[in-house]
Design a protein around this ligand. Sequence first.
Ligand SMILES: [Ca+2]
Ligand SMILES: [Ca+2]
Length: 147
Amino acid sequence: MFQIGVLNQTCTGGFGFRKTCPDGWLKRLSSCYYFAKSSVTWDHARSICQSHGGDLFVPDDSTEQLEIWNLSRALYLPWIGVKLPYANANAFYTVHDVPVSYSNFQYPEPNNLHSELCVLLYEHINAWNNIPCDHDRDYICERDQIA
Ligand SMILES: [Ca+2]
Ligand SMILES: [Ca+2]
């Protein structure tokens, strides 16, 4: 049930040295991204990304954050691969099981750390919000480019 993304791109490879992305994925920076207009829970979104060779999108720095946020604004509050490991934990973790090295919350977020464990992108500002993981939202996947 991988749904058609809001963005599409024909990836042109063929020169050997040039890395590319699978159909439907957008090549940007050093990754491939999939913008999914599909309202699902955080866990469900993650499993879909994983089943297609990636994981939920992890913004690693302000450059990646801004670029992908700008491209995602047709989505509804998309999930990203950042989560509190348990209620009231003292750090958010990426889906790669490391504490985030880059964070983009803006005051008063992150709030409600006992019940809002999963993170998404706002549409109207370039910032993160944490909300309950069982809400249905769109999502963004990220995967490695293909050699
Ligand atoms: Ca990334
Ligand atoms: Ca929040």
